[in-house]
Design a protein. Structure first.
Length: 303
């Protein structure tokens, strides 16, 4: 079996490639290397293709594949170029979608918990969504397209995964868009007080990238189409991250509270309703926040 992974040089894409290879599945790693780290692919046997998902002819160099995992996107939610955001994230998705429909092969694509916008309770796939920025809107457009298309057409399984807050190895190139775990670790390792938005009570559903990669890659075997949340269902505070890091680093650093410049669009609360993940994808996150941060720190960040 051979799987095309787009956005393969990025954070989640490269973890998906690693996971597939660990299961002896061949991969074609497609990326335009615009917002990635080539080192994420150094230890893979993937066939590398440098190309752009917005290019109508993107597939001309792609060998025969049996499934597609689409991770390529602009992921900096603060990017001010709306046209670029929608072009890459939605038009690019549509090209990949058309490719998988034409080839009659399963498609798994990255959506986002961003589509839910601001909330104070569990986020369910059935609820109305209110994207609060163009990034979230671009992901919402993908989900809408899939829902509409599936009403009238029969296709091989199409699986949209609304990832919650992912952290783990391979995210360093994302800089300010990398996870809170990465940001806080980098401050604390320099013995600086970790800076968090006032007053650290924000709660997020943080999920380790190894869980995300496994869930995403295994979803190519699903026998039906679905749009599902991918989270732990257990939101944790930013203060929790600091106390886990303090314990692992043997420090006692106190948080420094700062104003949130993105407060109008910032998701202060995310929590996945994991019913579809457990009932339809028949899986769940293995790593608790404590276990995920420990693995990340000891096996990657410290090295
Ligand atoms: N990291 C998270 O917490 C999170 C949460 C929700 C959803 N997602 C989604 O998961 C997917 C992967 O995100 P990530 O965190 O790995 O981000 P990332 O920025 O590390 O990866 C995106 C990859 O896409 C590539 N890319 C960008 N534009 C491209 C184009 N036009 N053609 C080909 N490749 C292109 C980039 O070079 C990069 O390697 C994205 O679709 C993102 O929206 C991520």
């Amino acid at each position: 079996m051979r799987v095309l992974v787009t956005g393969a040089a990025g954070f989640i894409g490269s973890n998906v490639v690693n996971y597939l290879e660990s299961k002896s599945i061949d991969t074609v790693a497609f990326d335009n290397f615009s917002h990635s780290d080539y080192r994420n692919l150094l230890n893979t046997n993937a066939e590398i293709i440098c190309g752009d998902v917005t290019d109508k002819d993107f597939s001309k160099n792609i060998p025969k594949v049996d499934a597609v995992i689409h991770e390529a996107a602009i992921t900096d939610t603060t990017l001010a170029d709306d046209a670029k955001m929608v072009r890459v994230n939605y038009n690019g998705f549509r090209n990949i979608f058309d490719f998988s429909v034409e080839k009659k092969i399963p498609l798994v694509y990255a959506s986002s918990a961003g589509v839910y916008g601001k909330a104070e309770k569990k986020m369910s796939e059935e609820q109305e969504v209110t994207p609060h920025n163009t990034y979230a809107y671009s992901k919402y457009l993908c989900d809408c397209w899939v829902n509409k298309y599936l009403q009238k057409n029969k296709t091989p399984p199409i699986v949209g995964l609304r990832y919650f807050n992912v952290y783990g190895p391979g995210e360093a190139h994302k800089k300010k868009a990398a996870s809170m775990i990465f940001q806080l670790y980098n401050q604390m390792i320099e013995n600086k007080n970790p800076r968090i938005f006032k007053f650290g009570q924000q709660k997020r559903d943080f999920i380790y990238v190894k869980d995300v990669a496994r869930i995403t890659a295994d979803a190519i075997n699903l026998d039906r189409s679905v749009i599902s949340n991918v989270g732990t269902g257990e939101p944790r505070t930013f203060k929790d991250i600091i106390s886990i890091l303090n314990k692992l680093l043997k420090t006692e650093l106190k948080p420094e509270y700062i104003d949130n410049p993105y407060s109008e669009v910032y998701q202060n609360y995310t929590e996945a309703d994991s019913s579809k993940l457990t009932k339809i994808l028949k899986t769940e996150a293995d790593y608790s926040l404590e276990e995920g941060i420990k693995d990340y720190l000891e096996n990657y960040l410290k090295k």
